[in-house]
Design a protein around this ligand. Structure first.
Ligand code: MLT
Length: 263
């Protein structure tokens, strides 16, 4: 369903009832990456999944997209739906960067955090240069080189070997993202602030989920978040790369369901 948020119509999927769980996707994906979570978890909680601006069925706007802007979009979606109770926010990778911004700016909205395949730190100087080069490449050659590069590292070796249909599905999801959406998100991620010094101020229960074969964000980043956040638990997921929610659906969903019962 399309929902008017500020100047833009965002695509949002609202399923189930009860405890609200906000789902924030990673780059350069869209809410379809949460399909197994929406299908499974919406029988016991209310899942609200957003296509961030410039992704999926939400149109691009002029960039960059700072993480704070995307977090405010998510807060505005909750407001537009009239969600009164606090929500558990689940963000994967870039969705995790946005979750930090959301908690910093709207702590009154959040009852718990699920941080999947993400990190608290900002980009290194090399990381920023890589973002600039990637954005320039997309501007000149379109999204395909970026799609190919990401597709080769997003998942675990075992996933590439055993689940070609999943790899194909992820390729389809990424292919829906426009050049403008990708460039604006890259610019926003490049400028994001370091959330490390803010970790000890997170006062809600936090579940950190990380694939043991993540080739994009190392496990040490998840361990640092666990050390920094007072009420955090880390669960690692074997035979999963950067998309453990798709690569090991059962393990991922069970961990989320267990956590939701405690919040
Ligand atoms: C993501 O999956 O959202 C991105 O890989 C995050 C990033 O590029 O830092």
């Amino acid at each position: 369903m399309k929902i008017q948020v500020k100047e833009i119509q965002l695509n949002v999927e609202d399923r189930g009832s009860g405890q609200p769980l906000l789902l924030i996707h990673g780059f350069p994906l869209n809410l379809e990456m949460w399909r197994p979570q929406i299908e499974d978890l919406s029988s016991s909680v209310r899942t609200i999944a957003v296509d961030l601006r410039g992704h999926g069925l939400s149109p691009p706007t002029p960039g960059p997209y700072p993480m704070e802007m995307l977090a405010d979009d998510c807060a505005a979606v909750l407001n537009a739906f009239g969600v009164k109770e606090k929500v558990v926010v689940m963000g994967l990778s870039m969705g995790g960067y946005i979750s930090f911004a959301l908690y910093r700016r709207h702590p009154q909205l959040v009852s718990g955090l699920i941080l999947a395949s993400t990190r608290a730190g900002a980009d290194s100087e090399q990381g920023k240069t890589n973002r600039e080069q990637a954005a320039a490449e997309i501007a000149h050659k379109g999204t395909q080189p970026m799609i190919d590069r990401m597709l080769s590292i997003l998942m675990a070796p075992k996933t590439y070997q055993d689940k070609p249909e999943l790899v194909q599905k992820v390729a389809e999801i990424i292919s829906q993202t426009s050049s403008a959406g990708m460039i604006s998100a890259l610019q926003g991620m490049k400028e994001r602030i370091d959330s490390t010094s803010f970790l000890d101020q997170i006062q809600v229960p936090t579940l950190i989920l990380h694939g043991l074969d993540d080739q994009i964000i190392p496990l040490s980043e998840a361990e640092s978040m666990q050390t920094g956040i007072p009420a955090a638990r880390l669960e690692t997921i074997p035979d999963a790369g950067h998309l453990p929610n798709l690569e090991q659906v059962e393990i991922f969903n069970q961990a989320v369901a267990r956590f939701l019962e405690t919040v």
